[in-house]
Design a protein around this ligand. Structure first.
Ligand SMILES: NC(=O)c1ccc[n+]([C@@H]2O[C@H](COP(=O)([O-])OP(=O)(O)OC[C@H]3O[C@@H](n4cnc5c(N)ncnc54)[C@H](OP(=O)(O)O)[C@@H]3O)[C@@H](O)[C@H]2O)c1
Length: 375
């Protein structure tokens, strides 16, 4: 599989002067002027491959998680700025965009669809099904075939496209056998509405069942220096089966940047962090040693804590593609530059050993949300 994956790898050189020139947000042109229906030539961004054989997709080394532009990250910036940011990301070499009907709900798909419509053919557009949504709230899982089909039709409309490049099941539905879910997506692939299949927070057994029916291109699960469980369970299975891995919340919802702290105030109406144990002031204080460790390492090398955290993820496997979310061009640029850092073997081993001694305080999810993971 490694060979298979490496064949495609363009030896992405460091991001060049064209990227540097386009980095400052001040120079972001208005959407209409970015390009007349076509993406500008992409900057020299490193590429990676997710999945194998005919189920593989080639994507930028980091994708863009779009959720926070509309959902769960407190403030929602003005739409025109997020449209500009999405198009700027394309110009910076990102071709891998992550959304879901659940984000907003619906609003994020609408935003992403509208912003990326002029460059649709140049990007890999990913969305997800798998929840019942009522009165703007997620109310349980639903992966019944008829529901999957309904959601796909609606997502296609909101995304303003006639195909979804990578369709994930957002959470495993215990009421619907995985074989049935995979069979439904397989049919959607035959019909041309979907190109590739993904899972999110599925455990090894579910991945194997799904993959036997319709090969899985990528597993998207939480993975960061704060949440390393996938290393024990699903990453080895992905390696064995030739499935790519997409870490979501790779900065642990902002914590690993050092940008949020125990005094951070969230908008409880649009942020899940106040409900999660890891973002409570005591946990933030207890876990701050993680930020100090990343900052110490980064300060010697001209890197920020966020960049070290992302570079560490990228260094784990060549088929790992994190999707940090941001609403800020400066953070987008900062995050992309993490792909330019290459650890020496010793550096990586020493940093990992130091970080592994830290016991993380606070669970990542509780209650129903916890029950819906690792299924
Ligand atoms: N499959 C799933 O169940 C699932 C669950 C959650 C998320 N996701 C996907 O994963 C994506 C990312 O996850 P996430 O938003 O939860 O977490 P994340 O990417 O770990 O963190 C995002 C947060 O970090 C901040 N940030 C980003 N870069 C930064 C930088 N360089 N310096 C300082 N702060 C920075 C962002 O704020 P600013 O806007 O201020 O930069 C935002 O609040 C989502 O957009 C979504 O597509 C999937």
């Amino acid at each position: 599989m490694e060979n298979n994956r490496r064949n495609f790898l363009k030896s992405g050189a460091l991001m060049g002067t064209s990227l540097l020139a386009s980095a400052a947000f001040g120079s972001v042109p208005a959407i209409a002027a970015v390009s007349q229906g076509r993406a500008l030539p992409p900057a020299d961004m490193k590429r990676r491959v997710l999945g194998s054989g005919s189920n593989r997709i080639e994507v930028s080394a980091l994708g863009l998680g779009c959720m926070g532009m509309s959902y769960h990250r407190s403030y929602i910036p003005e739409r025109k700025y997020m449209m500009a940011l999405l198009r700027k990301a394309v110009d910076m070499g990102i071709n891998f965009f992550d959304t879901a009907e659940a984000y907003g709900p619906f609003l994020n798909e609408e935003l992403v669809g509208e912003a990326l419509r002029p460059v649709r053919k140049d990007i890999i557009l990913c969305t997800k099904f798998g929840f019942n949504i009522a009165n703007g709230k997620l109310v349980g899982t639903n992966s019944k075939p008829s529901h999957i089909r309904e959601v796909v039709e609606q997502s296609l409309k909101r995304l303003k496209t006639d195909y979804i490049d990578l369709l994930y099941q957002h959470r495993v539905d215990p009421a619907v056998p995985m074989e049935v879910v995979a069979g439904t997506v397989k049919d959607l692939i035959k019909e041309g509405k979907v190109k590739h299949f993904g899972l999110s927070e599925a455990n090894a057994a579910s991945i194997r069942k799904a993959h036997a029916i319709q090969p899985v291109t990528a597993l998207q699960s939480e993975f960061s220096l704060m949440t390393r469980q996938p290393q024990q369970g699903v990453i080895p299975v992905c390696e064995e089966l030739g499935i790519g891995f997409v870490p979501y919340s790779p900065l642990s919802r902002g914590f690993l940047s050092g940008y949020i702290n125990e005094r951070t105030k969230y908008n409880p109406d649009n942020d899940n962090r106040p409900t999660l144990p890891r973002y409570q002031p005591d946990a933030i204080r207890a876990n701050w040693i993680m930020i100090e460790t990343l900052a110490d390492f980064g300060n010697q090398r001209g890197l920020t804590a966020a960049q070290v955290a992302l570079a560490w993820l990228l260094a784990q496997k060549p088929w790992i593609v994190p999707i940090p979310g941001t609403t800020k061009p400066a953070h987008l640029q900062e995050n992309l530059w993490s792909a330019d850092y290459t650890f020496t073997g010793n550096e990586l081993a020493e940093l990992t050993a130091t970080l592994s001694k830290i016991t993380v305080t606070g669970e990542r999810y509780t209650g129903v949300q916890a029950q819906q993971t690792n299924k």
